[in-house]
Design a binder for this molecule. Structure first.
Ligand SMILES: [Zn+2]
Length: 645
């Protein structure tokens, strides 16, 4: 048991914003701090930290608790382990007698492995800077490559001696256990066989060493680069996966880059260790590398904790570039923005940064940043001439657009794509919707779509419908939302009561119940409406002539369709308890009155449409006046009904 006193001193020392701030990008919002939740995938921050209360809460996935709970969830630790983790961080000794042997062993193993890695980093670093052989081989190479002393020190670069077991012998002599050296992968175990005795040798020999840091700055593994040009020797050797090193969940340089990424809200993604170092040295410090492995989902989510935009930097003459653009699709899938910079032939980020000044490099990055559609099209300029290949390129681009979770972003890219490839937007929209539908039905057995994806999916289906049946929504909520939007677009600026306009009333009553429209397109229109100025007519015109044809079409349909409040929904939503009988009766009467008025309104709407068709403007105006009055009557009934609900 850990004493209450110890727990309290840990809670006193470990400020929640400081601890959580090391994992996510916290931003001030009122008295609280917010971030995108590290426990679930989201686009807008619903993860809140209250420094005064010492708690965090995610309104998206519901995870909540104090700083200890956060560490337990995030580091996958038990309560006791989390206390030790924090105790260790804040130098508070944590005594515990009840830790199971297994827990203790696993914790001790991880701790010991990190200690061994730290010893190795120091060993390689000393060899690089203090031993003549290391200076001759490694330091002269790094200096020649233009790396200065501070950058070598900051990233903890080193050199592994040529001898077959120099590190292993030194580590054993320093008292480190053989099994730990093997567990970290620093030492290779060769069992006896073929007439040879058992042997232990160094994994890294005659190589420049790049330590790989965890998010909190501990050395979890190494990358070793040979300086020999022989094809027989692997250019890079990396630490194997271990208790402390998970390749797919770490990014080279992130520990040093995270604060810059967060500050600039942008992350450069490069291929190699030296690309990171060169850019960092040039003052471009928001840069990480997936260090040779192909980009993983976990790595993208790591970046996402700190920034919303990723710019992928490609070598000028990378033969594998077409295959590697899979990474772009993955980044888009995670809801991040992607930009691409391709270096001139013969250059990579490392060589470019070395042969240009820091300002030139930064200017190059800024000037050559393009979105992925331009990038793909420019990549396949040759193929574009061949009609068959052209259509497969279009398919490819459309396929990539279809993975983007956010419909507005998708729409923007579709517009872009339409402009560049000379294809009608509607065709592209349909194609994207078709791919998304197919993808969802394929994924369905493995993973149910999240509510957001379902909405998106519905919306895509909706976009596919022809104009005539575009409003034939299937669920009641969306019909009610359509009602709200209808009033907003048509009568938003008309007075509803005293000083309150329809728009204000709708906003206030939605806010009152913390309601937000669920349908993404309707919500988008709703939000955009609130930012406009002008009278009813001006605002209506804005939407019916909207730059996004989908929205324009939707607004036209909405405004022109015969309208009535959805009585069935109203009835179904009435409470049935006996104690509410009186209210229910009153409501029923109101609903009835409402229905009558609604019918009149419908009749007037039909007449209005008729007049519109025949172009009788005077008649239209007359009907509009009547309709407005009836609508207001209807609104007041609806309002009364709302008051009673
Ligand atoms: Zn969450």
């Amino acid at each position: 048991m850990i004493s209450q006193a110890t727990i309290e001193s840990i809670l006193n020392a470990a400020s929640i914003e400081e601890v959580i701030g090391e994992y996510v990008n916290l931003r001030q919002r009122g008295a609280n701090l917010v971030a995108c939740c590290p426990f679930h995938n989201e686009k807008t921050p619903s993860f809140t930290v209250s420094p005064s209360k010492g708690i965090f809460k995610c309104f998206g996935c519901g995870k909540a608790g104090n700083v200890i709970r956060f560490i337990m969830e995030h580091e996958h630790l038990s309560y006791v382990e989390a206390l030790k983790f924090l105790g260790n961080k804040y130098n508070i000794p944590v005594e515990d007698k009840e830790e199971t042997t297994e827990e203790a062993q696993s914790r001790m193993l991880r701790d010991s492995m990190l200690v061994v890695n730290e010893y190795a980093r120091e060993f390689y670093s000393k060899y690089l800077t203090e031993e003549q052989a290391g200076k001759d081989a490694g330091l002269s190479y790094l200096t020649e490559r233009g790396f200065n002393e501070p950058i070598i020190r900051q990233f903890g670069l080193g050199y592994a001696p040529e001898e077959r077991d120099a590190f292993t012998r030194a580590a054993l002599a320093a008292g480190y256990k053989q099994e730990l050296l093997v567990a970290t992968g620093l030492t290779l175990h060769h069992p006896a066989g073929g007439g040879r005795p058992e042997a232990f040798t160094d994994r890294f020999r005659d190589r420049v060493m790049f330590p790989i840091h965890s998010l909190s700055g501990r050395v979890i593994g190494f990358g070793g680069r040979t300086l020999q040009s022989s094809k027989q020797v692997a250019k890079y050797v990396n630490s194997p996966e271990s208790e402390v090193y998970d390749k797919s969940r770490s990014l080279y340089g992130l520990f040093f880059a995270k604060q810059h990424i967060s500050k600039l809200q942008k992350c450069y993604l490069v291929e190699g260790y030296t690309d990171v170092l060169s850019l960092f040295q040039a003052g471009i410090m928001n840069v990480v590398s997936s260090s040779g492995t192909s980009l993983t989902e976990e790595q993208i989510r790591l970046i996402k904790r700190f920034a919303r935009q990723v710019t992928v930097l490609y070598d000028g003459d990378d033969a594998g570039i077409k295959a590697s653009i899979r990474g772009i699709t993955m980044i888009l899938e995670e809801g991040l923005q992607v930009k691409v910079v391709r270096f001139p032939a013969g250059d990579d980020p490392d060589s470019y940064a070395r042969s240009h000044s820091a300002q030139e490099t930064l200017a190059f990055l800024e000037q050559h940043e393009t979105d992925f559609i331009h990038f793909k099209i420019s990549l396949m300029a040759e193929e574009m001439k061949d009609p068959l290949k052209r259509s497969s390129l279009i398919r490819d681009v459309v396929d990539t657009i279809s993975v983007i979770p956010d419909i507005i972003t998708r729409t923007v890219y579709i517009e872009e794509c339409s402009r560049h490839l000379g294809i009608e937007e509607l065709i592209l929209t349909r194609e994207v919707a078709r791919i998304r539908r197919r993808r969802y039905s394929r994924q369905a057995p493995e993973r149910p779509a999240t509510p957001l994806e379902e909405q998106d999916h519905n919306l895509d289906q909706f976009s596919q419908n022809k104009r005539g049946d575009a409003l034939a929504g299937k669920n009641d909520i969306s019909r009610c939302e359509k009602d709200i939007l209808y009033y907003l677009l048509k009568f938003g600026q008309s007075p509803l009561q005293e000083e309150t306009s329809v728009a204000e009333y709708i906003t206030l009553s939605l806010e009152e119940d913390e309601l937000e429209l669920q349908d993404p397109l309707m919500l988008h229109i709703f939000k955009e409406y609130m930012e406009l100025t002008g009278d009813n007519q001006a605002r209506r015109r804005y939407f019916t002539n909207h730059v996004n044809p989908e929205i324009a079409r939707y607004a036209l349909d909405l405004l022109n369709q015969p309208h009535s409040i959805n009585l069935k929904v109203l009835r179904d939503s009435l409470p049935i308890e006996e104690s509410l009988l009186k209210e229910n009766v009153t409501k029923s009467v109101l609903v009835y009155k409402l229905r009558v008025v609604s019918l009149t309104c419908n009749q007037l709407t039909r007449e209005l449409q008729q007049a519109q068709l025949q172009g009788e403007e005077g008649v239209m105006e007359e009907i509009m006046k009547k309709l407005t009055v009836m609508m207001e009557v209807r609104n007041s009934f609806a309002k009364e009904l709302n008051r009673l609900s």
